[in-house]
Write a protein that binds this ligand. Structure first.
Ligand SMILES: [Zn+2]
Ligand SMILES: [Zn+2]
Length: 499
């Protein structure tokens, strides 16, 4: 009998039956119209600042420790993952989005990042570069998991991989990098660390595990009963209470490490101590993927008492390069952080992420002014020292000022008919409500100067400026503090100008 094929190609002998099944699904969904696929979601504009913050921190960490960005395709040949992650793992066996494409290739949406990076390392001959080669990646991953809170079928990770070096300082530094990322985002975390040894010592440990669990098999859950023969390490991950109880007395991997693996692990721990990182030894942490060797670690928020979702984790994977077709044994170590979970944690803890504020809004009144403003905008947006926005699709000055207020810009520049005529522009301080008329050609310089002062925290009194033309517009007087009043005034101006 052929082994159960891991890749879900959905080749069926009964196309008719399949068609029926599909139609049933379709009717079920049609009521809901077009919505996101189960377990997937949109990340809306108003939430982006959290994501942007996480990306910015990840990028900064990559720079601080010399990891270079790599982007690999979302779609890969499925056997990259079956070979890399292991066909007996949940990720490959149950959760991979795998299919056969029109050309007959078995493909999969990447369920994790490491295998792809290693594939790229081999494919592009980076074994010949100075080692280690250090990569940084960021992007979506896909797993067909049971939908539950905090887990998505398209989820995002950023990660770091250092390939071609076995020095334990590298393990410790990667552990530090993940912890730093969380810390920089305001999340307090504890690191769980373990070593699962090399292939050799792990074999000894597996034997001990099997021996122990066989004596307890009557009390194990159904999944664990099959795990004894299929994937004994996974016995330690079981969430069933009865299995958790049995785990307490299970043999611990640390007692089975050979001298080299023990020495490596003690050095890693020594560096963590030196760096004063908050870690705990976690003898039963094994992580779900087959490729790990020696050091493994996970990050847990200090307030995640239920131990539901690790915020990230990683480990050493000294045999993966060879498994995926590399010429020689190539040690490597990496980590990946779950961006969705990190963002959720930031929101849960009310960690504030400042909205990016626009500095200057360009408003216009009348067609000639609109044309002039559109041209000026092209100059202003390239100035490099302040940010600009506009609403040229609006004709009403009142509406434009409402938009500017909503954006909480610091300054609005206004061009009306009068200003077009005499080559001036009105500059309005949105907080103080003070307005002044200045030379159109000096606008960029004036804005720069004022924003510099603004950023220094100085009180800006536009009426006292040395070079300022203090003549107020004939229609709009300065010194009005209430926005409503300002807008009414502007509205009056608008009517006046349009007449
Ligand atoms: Zn070993
Ligand atoms: Zn179990």
């Amino acid at each position: 009998m052929p082994k159960k094929k891991v890749v879900i190609t959905k080749k069926t002998d009964k196309p008719a039956e399949k068609k029926v099944a599909k139609e049933v699904k379709k009717t079920k969904r049609s009521k809901k119209d077009l919505i996101t696929v189960t377990g997937m979601r949109d990340i809306l504009p108003q939430d982006q600042r959290y994501w942007e913050k996480v990306r910015a921190v990840a990028k900064q960490i990559s720079k601080d420790y010399g990891y270079d960005r790599i982007d690999t395709p979302i779609l890969e040949y499925a056997d990259l993952f079956t070979r890399g992650i292991g066909s007996q793992t949940d990720v490959v066996e149950k959760e991979m989005f795998a299919f056969t494409d029109q050309g007959g290739d078995d493909l999969a949406l990447r369920p994790e990042g490491t295998a792809s990076v290693v594939r790229a390392y081999i494919q592009h001959g980076m074994l010949n570069n100075t080692q280690p080669v250090k990569f940084f990646y960021m992007g979506p991953l896909f797993r067909h998991e049971k939908p539950q809170s905090g887990r998505y079928r398209q989820f995002f990770q950023f990660g770091f991989e250092a390939i071609g070096e076995d020095n334990p300082a590298l393990d410790a530094q990667l552990i530090l990098m993940g912890w730093n990322a969380l810390n920089d985002l305001g999340i307090e975390s504890v690191i769980q660390v373990n070593s699962i040894g090399c292939r050799d010592c792990r074999e000894e440990y597996k034997k001990a595990l099997v021996k122990y669990y066989k004596t307890k098999s009557k009390s194990l859950c159904e999944s664990c009963k099959t795990r004894i023969s299929k994937n004994p390490l996974r016995l330690l991950d079981c969430k069933e209470d009865s299995c958790k109880e049995i785990k307490k007395d299970a043999p611990q991997i640390l007692d089975y490490l050979d001298n080299n693996c023990k020495d490596h692990f003690m050095k890693v721990i020594g560096y963590l101590d030196e760096l004063d990182l908050p870690y705990v030894l976690s003898p039963f942490t094994v992580r779900g993927l087959d490729y790990y060797t020696r050091t493994i670690f996970e990050y847990w928020a200090v307030d995640d008492s239920e131990g539901k979702n690790a915020l990230g984790g990683g480990g050493r994977y000294d045999s993966l390069v060879k498994i995926l077709g590399g010429r020689e044994e190539t040690p490597a170590c990496g980590l990946a952080m779950g961006v969705d979970r990190i963002v959720a944690k930031m929101r849960e803890k009310n960690i504030e992420v400042a909205e990016e504020r626009i500095d200057v809004f360009v408003a216009q009144l009348g067609d000639a002014a609109k044309k002039k403003a559109m041209v000026m905008y092209e100059t202003l947006r390239k100035n490099g020292s302040f940010t600009v926005s506009q609403a040229f699709h609006k004709d009403s000055l009142k509406k434009q000022l409402e938009i500017a207020n909503k954006m909480r810009v610091k300054f609005t520049v206004i061009i009306g008919q009068k200003e077009v005529g005499d080559g001036t522009i009105m500059l309005r301080d949105m907080q103080g409500g003070v307005q002044e008329v200045i030379d159109f050609n000096k606008i960029e310089r004036e804005l720069k100067k004022r924003l510099e002062k603004y950023r220094e925290g100085a009180v800006i009194d536009l009426t006292q400026g040395e070079e300022n033309n203090n003549k107020m517009s004939g229609n709009v007087s300065g010194g009005i503090n209430e926005n409503e009043e300002k807008n009414e005034e502007i509205e009056a101006t608008e009517r006046l100008d349009l007449e």
